[in-house]
Design a binder for this molecule. Structure first.
Ligand code: NAD
Length: 304
């Protein structure tokens, strides 16, 4: 198995390290910046003896090196800069997604594509259109990250083990995301029976704004939890584990939505998306998911 990661910035390079550190696959790290993917790959290669893996990693500016990849992860893109509105960012990143997808079509036509570039649900839709692949092979990463953030905040607040906290965060990646409280359990008990609603609301809000918490601290967005989240999906596909993870996928009737990418519980295996799991939602949760879907639909119109 060969995994290519296009975009050797913070997220891409850390994901490359994680794929090698978990001994999952050979890695090709691609970027337009000369020297950057080569230098980062070299650093990871030199750690391989200590990791104890014979998996290979190369860094390159040559897109043809992605040939025959089983998985291509897209982590290339601009972050939002001051003065740039959402529409500008969408248009700039769609141009990048389109050019990367041309190369995927040409050199890795059988790959499963994991999109990470923001705004996530819109870029995943753009990648589906640009590759022309079937929807099972173009998957957006966001819900795994949003869910691990929510779990970590609950663990921090309650002092319970992260291993005993389950949750699922659905909807769009952004302020309208929907942490599913009816699926959120602490040591097997519903969160509503363990925490008061004020504290729950506070943690939900912190999760929704999770990405933004990093900007004043690091002047950029996060990359370690995002890279772990990517590799959770890569591992489920490589190991054909059929693990159910919240991923952004094209919906065609599931949950009552059509023609949009939205985060839903998704079974991942060697074919990519092997099913969308429709869980029962409370009226309040469904309303929140409807709102999230509406926002995504409007944003998709920008690139249609
Ligand atoms: P970064 O600026 O560190 O890295 C981006 C890299 O992309 C740069 O090295 C740049 O040279 C490269 N690049 C630009 N155009 C390219 C092209 N056409 N081909 C190859 N490489 C190209 O950014 P980052 O922090 O690594 O974040 C990357 C993307 O991931 C951003 O869009 C960010 O918003 C997104 N992100 C998404 C999530 C999520 O949950 N989905 C989480 C974190 C970050």
């Amino acid at each position: 198995m060969k995994v290519s990661i296009v975009g050797a910035g913070n997220v891409g390079a850390t994901a490359a390290l994680m794929v090698i550190a978990k001994d999952l696959a050979d890695v090709v790290l691609v970027d337009i910046a000369e020297g950057v993917p080569q230098g980062k790959a070299l650093d990871i290669m030199e750690a391989a003896p200590l990791i104890g893996t014979d998996k290979k990693i190369i860094g390159t500016n040559d897109n043809s090196e992605i040939k025959n990849s089983g998985i291509v992860v897209i982590t290339a893109g601009f972050p939002r800069k001051p003065g740039m509105d959402r529409e500008d960012l969408i248009n700039k990143n769609v141009t990048i997604i389109n050019s990367i997808c041309d190369n995927i079509k040409k050199y890795a036509p059988n790959a499963i594509v994991i999109v990470v570039t923001n705004p996530l649900d819109i870029m995943s839709y753009a990648a589906l259109k640009a590759t022309g692949f079937n929807k099972e092979r173009v998957i957006g990463m966001a819900g795994v990250l949003d869910s691990t953030r929510f779990r970590s905040f609950i663990a921090e607040k309650t002092g319970k083990s992260v291993k005993d906290i389950e949750t699922m965060t659905l909807g769009a990646h952004g302020d309208s995301m929907v942490p599913i409280l009816e699926e959120t359990k602490i040591e097997g008990k519903k969160i509503s029976g363990v925490m008061d609603s004020e504290n729950i609301d506070r943690l939900v809000e912190r999760t929704r704004k999770g990405g933004g918490e990093f900007l004043p601290l690091l002047n950029t967005s996060a990359w370690i939890a995002p890279a772990f989240s990517i590799v959770e999906m890569v591992e489920a596909i490589i190991k054909d584990s059929k693990k159910v993870l919240p991923c952004s996928v094209l919906l065609e009737g599931e949950y009552g939505y059509n023609g949009i990418y939205l985060g839903v519980p998704t079974k991942l295996g060697k074919n990519g998306v092997e099913g969308v799991i429709e869980i029962e939602l409370s009226d309040e949760t469904k309303k929140a998911l409807d709102k999230s879907a509406e926002i995504t639909k409007k944003n998709i119109e920008i690139i249609k």
